[in-house]
Design a binder for this molecule. Structure first.
Ligand code: ATP
Length: 269
């Protein structure tokens, strides 16, 4: 289903526990941020200003979008989302108008989270920015982020793979109050992500017994790649007429995922 960016998107019921591999410190900070946002009045009485904007940065497929969705669910908020790349090559004024209507729609449906993925395409350094139209869209985003009390009850979350590309004006506190790095998972993180994606899937005993080893042997895999590995294995099991994933399905899925990753790396070169 196609959504307009001014329409709240329905989300599956996910929680922070569905995001694996988060560093303890980061989890702690996110939980603190959530408790401030859940009780803005009490927080203000204690002199704590509720954060307005959060940046999630890290390599593709590490769960930034998933985390934004989990935060939205934890806040019981409406989710408005778009991608910075959707603003490329727009006619003069159209990008700015879309940003305005995105914020207006969210203000009508508070509490709300506005999520912009690939925000570097929208809030890149001005010098490198795509011409007059790109400049106008970014200026409008900054104006909307500075909306003062109109933005109470709205949390802005931006995600990028390229934090170094972002305009400093965009990163200013009051616009972006916290930046969280979401890196590729380490072995422990991959084990958590494996558990999340293995949940509810029937597996042969030798596959179940090999999940620790899988975490060890998938160094460099993102959460998205681990998720796709399990999907590939499930599909192969289905095609094979089985009702559980066996060792051959897993081996096939690992080979396919490694192949996909290496051909992507070759294409990126
Ligand atoms: P991009 O930078 O390419 O937009 P992203 O960091 O936003 O990627 P997601 O879109 O959140 O990554 O990840 C895609 C899917 O991969 C998720 O819906 C989820 O199924 C799985 N996944 C990714 N990271 C994790 C994680 N940390 N824990 C559990 N599942 C994950």
């Amino acid at each position: 289903m196609k959504h307009s960016i001014s329409t709240a998107r329905p989300l599956p019921s996910i929680t922070l526990n569905d995001v694996g591999g988060l560093q303890e410190e980061m989890k702690e900070e996110i939980l603190q941020t959530l408790s401030i946002l859940k009780e803005p009045e009490r927080s203000e009485k204690l002199g704590i200003k509720p954060p307005k904007g959060v940046l999630l940065y890290g390599p593709p497929g590490t769960g930034k979008t998933l985390l934004a969705q989990a935060i939205t669910k934890e806040l019981n908020a409406n989710f408005f989302s778009t991608s910075g790349s959707a603003f490329n090559e727009m006619f003069i004024g159209v990008g700015a108008a879309r940003i305005r209507s995105l914020f207006q729609a969210a203000r009508k449906q508070k509490p709300a989270v506005i999520f912009i993925d690939e925000v570097d395409a929208l809030a890149g350094k001005r010098k490198q920015h795509g011409g007059e139209e790109g400049e106008k869209t970014l200026t409008e985003l900054l104006v909307q982020l500075d909306g003062g009390h109109d933005n109470d009850g709205i949390l802005f979350i931006a995600a990028t793979n390229r934090k170094d590309m972002l305009d400093e004006a965009f990163l200013r506190p009051g616009r972006i109050d916290f930046s969280f790095q979401v890196p590729l998972p380490d072995t422990k993180g991959r084990r958590e992500i494996i558990s999340i994606h293995a949940k509810g899937k029937q597996m042969a005993p030798d596959v179940l017994a090999s999940l620790d080893g899988l975490a060890e042997s998938t160094s460099g895999f993102s959460g998205a790649e681990i998720s796709s590995l399990f999907e590939t294995a499930s599909r192969r099991a289905l095609r094979g007429g089985q009702d559980m994933i066996n060792k051959e399905d897993m081996d096939y899925a690992i080979d396919r995922t490694i192949l996909g990753t290496s051909s992507r790396m070759l294409n990126d070169q």
